[in-house]
Design a protein around this ligand. Sequence first.
Ligand SMILES: Cc1cc2nc3c(=O)[nH]c(=O)nc-3n(C[C@H](O)[C@H](O)[C@H](O)COP(=O)(O)OP(=O)(O)OC[C@H]3O[C@@H](n4cnc5c(N)ncnc54)[C@H](O)[C@@H]3O)c2cc1C
Length: 352
Amino acid sequence: MDIDILVIGQGIAGSFLSYYLQRSGRSLVIVDESKLNTASKAAAGIINPVTGRRIVKTWMIDELLEFAKIAYSEIGKELHIQCISEHKIIDFFPSPQMRNAFTDRFNEDKGYVKLAEIENEWREAFTYDFGFGEIEPVYLIELSALLAAFRTKMISANCLLDEKLDFQELVIGEDKIRYKDIRADKIIFCDGTGSLDNPYFRNLPFAANKGEALVVELERSPGGDIYKKGINLVPWKEDLFWVGSSYEWGFSDDQPSEAFRLQTESILRQWLKIPFKVVGHLASIRPATLERRPFVGFHPINRNIGILNGMGTKGCSLAPYFAKQLVESINFPSILLPEVDIQRFNRILTRQ
Ligand SMILES: Cc1cc2nc3c(=O)[nH]c(=O)nc-3n(C[C@H](O)[C@H](O)[C@H](O)COP(=O)(O)OP(=O)(O)OC[C@H]3O[C@@H](n4cnc5c(N)ncnc54)[C@H](O)[C@@H]3O)c2cc1C
């Protein structure tokens, strides 16, 4: 079979890359090993415009938000699903210092933040001592629905191989890539933490970190917002809530841990007044990078090998935007933003 592009991985990065490749008229096959605990399947799906103790705007957020709204609406329309919704974060301050930081930020710049108008608004559902602020707009992406619908579409078009890529079967020629009976012009890796074992890209400065979350059933819903006090309580599929997450740098496996479950249950019991039952526990490794910027572009030794990876904690906003940019860069290489282009690691990537 002759195709234009072989895509490895169908997380949020591989799905959007394939979507934009098809929209640009290119033929493709995706090779994806269907694993239950990939980063995209564990994620809450939040696009939060601010971050950190000083509530600063996240990198490129104005542009990324506008892009995400359109991208998720368009892909949803094509897949006949609704996968993006607008919310706000009710940010309960865990300390007077955090309340002061939020107020300072509000006084300096009102973009995306608001101070609470009715201080007691959430007393029935939550325990809080230092008030709360609001962050909006925040978007919530239904990743599981999107990934499943996109996979079904690819399988019915005979465009998806459900298997782990066998590197022994991959032959990278001067101008063609061969994998089993497939001949492609290019191969693009969207393999998340799979890249840590990928012979072409494993030397890139990844800084993988583990995240866990609980899935809980609440006796009644506090509302349709996202609630935060150290951890996030997020509306999840089938009327459930997602509670997380952890950021662990030193980890020995990618499995749910009892320590996280016990600690999170205890935090939730102190904060939430509504009875809850834990019905699920998720864990995965985030494909984060040392300098917190994605890895996008083509290999300096063989321009037919590409990558879209390193989405870290922000795959929902970064993946669609840079998937489109990578597709456009096939014809116009200079379009790639220098901060994400893997050319910045040419020396590492050309080292034998
Ligand atoms: C607990 C948790 C919460 C998070 N919450 C959020 C959030 O709210 N908002 C947000 O924006 N981000 C969040 N993230 C981060 C987000 O999940 C990631 O940035 C994003 O999912 C990365 O997507 P990806 O497609 O690059 O990788 P992945 O989702 O890991 O997809 C990679 C795919 O490639 C496949 N694969 C790998 N190697 C091979 C191979 N050799 N052969 C075949 N297939 C292969 C895998 O099976 C997988 O399907 C969270 C992450 C975690 C762990």
